[in-house]
Design a protein around this ligand. Structure first.
Ligand code: HPA
Length: 246
């Protein structure tokens, strides 16, 4: 098996990855966010792609999600973990979560490989948007690393790049969302369309809009990112170790 990590905000490289190669891939859907690095992490072949590209140059609504997933697929990825920095709706800041459901509030993104050129579109099943064995492996990896991760939750993907209004978060809460981010979709659905296992590993970096006093500041988010990404890296390292030889 080959594990791919799509690093979200705060995770721009995997320093522990014995970097053997850098791949600049061009796909039928264009260029991915940046070069993809590959190496071996605790015995498992791993690919790494920074979702926002070098220097965080692609905002959430401009990311070429189709090219990202296609490029990882072409390089042999069989399972993908997408990491994300998210807002918490009833989930504490600093928490790590492995959601089990999602709701897509985005619009205007290239969200499918079925662009009309195929004889007929395939309507992929998405009842369980995240792959259950990979979620379990992430939760086990967290446990092994001594990190208490929230098992389950609903990741609502908003369009961004602005943060939400308090009323928008009220609506997401009524819908059952516990996490809010800007990049969860269409990534998960595209992985499903290509038959790749996919799970999300989220770090809560702020209380969602209207859930704390005052505005959400980038300074607060950056501080939480720096702390929380250590845990995210530990979980990824432990996950890679647990998948060695599979
Ligand atoms: N909302 C949407 N995306 C986010 C947030 C948020 O509060 N925090 C980090 N990414």
């Amino acid at each position: 098996m080959k594990l791919a990590i799509i690093g979200g905000s705060g995770l721009y490289e995997l320093a522990a990855l014995g970097l053997t190669d850098e791949h600049r891939v061009m796909t039928a859907w264009g260029e991915p966010s940046g070069p993809i690095t590959s190496g071996t992490l605790h015995g498992t072949p791993v690919l790494f792609l920074a979702r926002h590209g070098p220097g965080h140059r692609h905002p959430p609504h401009k990311i070429n999600y189709r090219a990202n997933i296609a490029a990882l697929d072409e390089l042999g990825a069989t399972a993908i973990v997408g990491t994300a920095a998210v807002g918490g709706i009833g989930v504490a800041t600093g928490a790590i979560a492995v959601p089990d459901q999602l709701i897509d509030y985005t619009w205007g993104r290239e969200h499918t490989y079925y662009d009309g050129s195929q004889a007929s579109p395939e309507h992929v099943d998405f009842s369980e948007p995240y792959t259950s064995w990979l979620r379990d492996a992430l939760l086990d990896a967290a446990r092994t690393s001594g990190i208490v991760a929230v098992d389950g939750g609903v990741y609502g993907t908003t369009q961004g790049p602005r943060l939400e209004s308090a009323a928008e978060i009220d609506r997401l809460e009524r819908d059952g969302c516990t996490l809010v981010g800007m990049t969860g979709m269409p990534e998960a659905a595209l992985a499903r369309e290509r038959g790749l296992d996919y799970a999300n590993l989220s770090l809560v970096v702020n209380a969602a809009a209207g859930r704390a006093h005052g505005p959400i500041t980038m300074d607060d988010i950056e501080r939480e990112l720096a702390d929380g990404m250590r845990a995210v890296r530990a979980i990824i390292a432990s996950l890679a170790g647990s998948l060695a030889g599979r």
